[in-house]
Design a protein around this ligand. Structure first.
Ligand code: HIS
Length: 386
């Protein structure tokens, strides 16, 4: 085995791809700032218990673990930054007001989520703490859509779902409530035969409601159908009304679909959830939603909602960045030459000094101009290279 072989689903990012990713990262973080989101940088690794606080079983399975040589305690490499940011809001900032935070950094997954998916996504996201109303969910949804528009995606599908529907159904039947974890998995997989077996002993109305969820998928008309077929419970009515409002706020910006069985989050979600899809990729490019109980798990209840996405995946779908035009300059220590180069760089030009013996080499950059001495031999001027 050559000693440079990388583990499966782990890869280097080469120059043109890296530039696309980095440009996207900067654009998005700058845009988050325009909405008032403050950047935070949580650590790559933490004690495993703190990483798991408020998170579900998926996070546990996805987290790489190692032993800390200083404390002897178990550390985990973060698999998702959302709970880290919730910890920062709950403990370090200690603000009672609305707090908007954003982040960008690598996360690691023990297993890839899809066939061609990386185990090292570059997660970027934004979270709002301190507002329980739907306005915060709508802002997050808008920001996620604006981020995709900014990256050049025009054809976006927004799938909406709501944990409140399942919770309201489960609260009606203790037998069903006990099986919550299993039901989650079956609904996520839209495994109707599995659901039929699992729900065999439940109260008939509860069973019928659970079996209806996988077929409650489609355009916003589904909400009407859901009102007809699901039990008349306040929790369900509230969830469906929230979904109708969120769907309405996205009209004209995305194709909206409702999927009441889509529970593919990290299991910390507590309200409306969404996933964004773009052509060419079966997996969601962005996920988000409300998760009001994570702060509580950290000892300070704070309403919360947010979204995140993988910049590597997004960048992969975008066309290759054009080669950047640049200026070739000779190598040398003459003060006038150095001054001229500094001036051009200050103006935003890429100036590449050719190292001796390498004057015609170029890779990522296309030199369309050269810095040369004029006929008098004393002034540095730019010459177009045909
Ligand atoms: N971190 C979640 C999405 C999210 C952010 N905030 C709330 N939910 C994910 O990657 O699926």
């Amino acid at each position: 085995m050559p000693n440079w072989l990388l583990p499966e689903h782990i890869a280097d990012v080469l120059p043109s791809e890296a530039r696309k990713i980095e440009e996207l990262r900067r654009q998005m973080l700058d845009n988050f700032r325009l909405y008032g989101y403050e950047l935070v940088m949580p650590p790559l690794l933490e004690y495993v218990e703190s990483l798991m606080t408020g998170a579900g079983q998926d996070t546990e399975l996805r987290t790489f673990k190692l032993v800390d040589q200083i404390s002897g305690r178990m550390l985990g490499l973060r698999a998702d930054m959302t709970t880290q940011v919730a910890r920062i809001d709950a403990h370090l900032l200690n603000r009672n007001s609305v707090t908007r935070l954003c982040y960008a950094g690598s996360v690691l997954h023990t297993r890839p989520s899809g066939l061609h998916t990386t185990r090292e996504p570059l997660q970027i996201g934004a979270e709002i703490y301190g507002h329980a109303g739907l306005e915060a969910d709508a802002e997050i949804q808008e920001l996620a859509l604006a981020s995709l528009a900014m990256a050049g995606f025009t054809d976006v599908r927004l799938d909406l779902s709501h944990v409140g529907v399942l919770r309201a159904i489960l609260a009606e039947d203790p037998a069903a409530a006990k099986d919550e974890a299993a039901l989650y998995l079956l609904l996520r997989a839209k495994d109707v035969p599995g659901l039929e077996t699992q729900t065999a002993g439940y109260a008939p109305a509860i069973r019928a409601a659970l079996l209806a969820l996988p077929s409650l998928y489609g355009d916003v008309e589904v909400l009407k159908r859901a009102r007809d077929v699901l039990p008349d419970l306040p929790g369900i009515a509230k969830a469906l009304a929230e979904l109708a409002a969120l769907a309405a706020s996205a009209i004209g910006r995305a194709d909206v679909a409702i999927d009441l069985a889509d529970l593919r989050g990290y299991q910390y979600e507590s309200g409306a959830m969404f996933a964004l899809y773009v052509p060419g990729l079966p997996n969601a490019v962005a996920r988000g939603g409300r998760y009001d109980h994570v702060g509580e798990a950290f000892g300070r209840a704070r309403p919360a909602t947010g979204f995140s996405m993988d910049l590597r995946e997004l960048a992969r779908l975008l066309p290759t960045a054009e080669r950047k035009h640049s200026i070739r300059a000779p190598w040398g220590n003459a003060p006038e030459l150095k001054e001229k180069i500094a001036e051009l760089r200050k103006a935003g030009e890429v100036v590449i000094q050719s190292l001796p013996g390498h004057s015609n080499e170029q890779d990522e950059f296309e030199c369309d101009r050269a810095l040369v001495l004029d006929d008098s031999g004393s002034n540095w001027i730019l010459k177009n290279l045909g």
